[in-house]
Design a protein around this ligand. Structure first.
Ligand code: BGC
Length: 349
């Protein structure tokens, strides 16, 4: 079968390869891949900056944002032939650490977790894959191709869960949230904020294109510039860019008792000058919290699937800016500034 593969840590190595059918040892559920979304992590892997091949192998099958149809599943499993499913990206470490042992692999303590399409585990950008029943999440069939948005939605569902758990350390009645970045993660974070009944402000650099319209269509407000000009004293900031100056802007301008959740993975190498004392003083005197959040466990996939099921389909459709057939995969990796989510279509729905 065909698969899009890459040699991790070497740029320019992506190729459509012939690979073996998935072995039964990968899991009892056989899935036909329908579509795979491309994100910043894939771009990093393609640039040679990130990624690990499976042990003893040179090439890694790319792709962690998947949508597939079950071709075969054991009797009694939670998924059955014909279901639309998304594969959970991270697998627990083999030790397992205390967190992986209870299904919280998103909080793996020893770093020995594996991730489909990213770290030591083949991704989903192949015509078929196998997975254990517990790692396949069913999506509402009426979502169709839009189910490919579940993985990034699981990441923001986890971020919102973290924010709420921290907020609830005290009496917590949030009203205003700022989301920095109107890429897929930022827009989905905004969707979940609106679904919670919050006044949501989204900040991005783009002044034209679909992003301002997508934010307005949600009932949220779009801004360019700094947080202070967008919203006074937000209760929540979900930072989705990884841009250092925005990270500090969020820490400085979050409101009293507020929570800043960092979800963007920065590349590093840029220095900023910060008045650490003043920042510390206001964070202490106002009980503010900053938390990093990565990946998602099964609970977050379920929360993400519920959020997508109740979202406006036409709004979700507009997040998918381009669908590229597998044979033309190179076009999917070539991102234009106005792209939101680009998806590789592997098989017809
Ligand atoms: C994925 C996560 C993953 C992270 C770090 C993100 O793009 O969505 O599932 O944990 O990259 O590898």
């Amino acid at each position: 079968m065909k698969a899009l593969t890459v040699v991790p840590l070497k740029s320019g190595t992506a190729a459509l390869s012939d690979v073996d059918e998935p072995p039964e040892s990968d899991g009892a559920v056989l899935v036909e891949t329908l579509a795979v979304g491309i994100c910043g992590t894939d771009a990093e892997i393609l640039s040679g900056a990130y990624g690990w091949a499976p042990p003893g192998r040179e090439r890694l099958v790319l792709g962690h944002e998947s949508l597939g149809r079950v071709l075969d599943a054991p009797a009694g499993a939670a998924v059955a032939k014909g279901d639309l499913v998304v594969g959970i990206v991270r697998h627990p470490d083999p030790v397992p650490c205390a967190n992986c042992a209870v299904g919280e692999w998103d909080f793996c303590r020893n770093g020995r977790y594996t991730e489909h399409g990213i770290k030591e585990h083949d991704g989903f950008l192949s015509e078929r894959y196998r997975i254990a029943p517990d790692f396949a999440v069913k999506v509402d069939p009426s979502l169709g191709l839009l189910g490919v948005l579940l993985e990034p939605t699981s990441v923001v569902a986890k971020a919102w869960e973290q924010v709420e758990r921290i907020g609830n350390r005290a009496h917590w009645e949030p009203t205003r949230a700022v989301i920095t970045g109107a890429g897929p993660v930022g827009l989905l974070a905004a969707l979940l904020g609106v679904q919670r009944g919050l006044e949501v402000h989204v900040i991005d650099q783009m002044t034209t294109g679909v992003k301002p319209d997508l934010v307005a269509a949600l009932g949220a407000t779009y801004h360019t510039g700094a947080i202070s000009g967008a919203c006074a004293a937000p209760d929540v900031v979900i930072e989705c860019t990884g841009v250092g100056s925005l990270v500090f802007d969020a820490m400085e301008h979050v409101g009293p008792g507020g929570v800043v959740c960092l979800t963007g993975v920065s590349s590093g190498g840029r220095e900023l000058s910060v008045d650490a004392g003043t920042l510390n003083r206001s964070m202490v005197l106002e009980n503010e919290a900053v938390v990093g959040s990565v990946n998602a466990n099964r609970r977050h996939y379920q929360a993400g699937a519920d959020a997508l099921a109740k979202a406006d389909r036409s709004w979700l459709e507009r997040l998918i800016s381009r669908k590229v057939p597998l044979q033309q995969w190179a076009q999917a990796l070539d991102r234009s500034p106005d792209d939101v989510k680009v998806v590789v279509e592997v098989a017809a729905e």
